[in-house]
Ligand binder design. Sequence first.
Ligand SMILES: O=C1O[C@H](COP(=O)(O)O)[C@@H](O)[C@H](O)[C@H]1O
Length: 248
Amino acid sequence: MLDDSAPVPHDPALPQAAPYRWHEHRSVDTWVWASAVAIAAELRRDLARRSRVRLLLSGGTTPAPVYRALSRAPLDWARVDIALVDERWLLPDDRDSNAWLVRQHLLRHNAAPARFEALTAPGRSLEEAVAFANAHARQSASAAVLGMGEDGHTASLFPGLPGLDRVLASKQPYVAIDATTAAGARQWSKRISLTPAGLAYAQSRFLLIQGKAKREVFRQAIASGEVQRWPVLIGMEGDVALDVHWCE
Ligand SMILES: O=C1O[C@H](COP(=O)(O)O)[C@@H](O)[C@H](O)[C@H]1O
């Protein structure tokens, strides 16, 4: 895989203090391949020193081409456990579920032997699904791949959610989310989400975003620093820098 992008440490238009690295790519193709190369590098590094490694992935629409590129990475995928950053309350075979996105775009080619932990399953209640997620979550992950909506949400942490302060302060890696009041959650108001406590298990963090609107949202989030208004800021909590890959 080639990485012919020219990452810059920070976008000059953005404040410099936050613990993130801004990688601006000249085309969608370079964004795709550079993001996939960077994630694969984290997995490769950990595979060299551990028997199994863990990867946390977001859903939505944006990361699909990156996951397709990543599926070609020459890694020992049989030793990779893949889990979700968040899930809509949908069964894994629903095309709108985040599990479906991962299965469809990543679990193929070289990555087919990876072990995937869907959060939902037929007959599993929401409480059981959260318990399942938490039972698996307290182990180090090589990388977490985050997305961001134009409302500033990441995972299923939407701005203005009732009880968001409790979720942000939760010691549980995953919680159930009622996003009925969040327009950005669209028809999928019932969800399961990683919390900042869960994200703390990730040794590297990526935020994959595209388009001028999301660039502006990220800029506003950084300028504001208010995590309740801009939950994407959880990506910058703790000691781990957030690698933001952006293209127009
Ligand atoms: O609902 C969700 O949205 C975000 C952002 O998705 P995108 O379609 O704007 O890329 C995603 O990161 C999250 O996993 C998903 O549940």
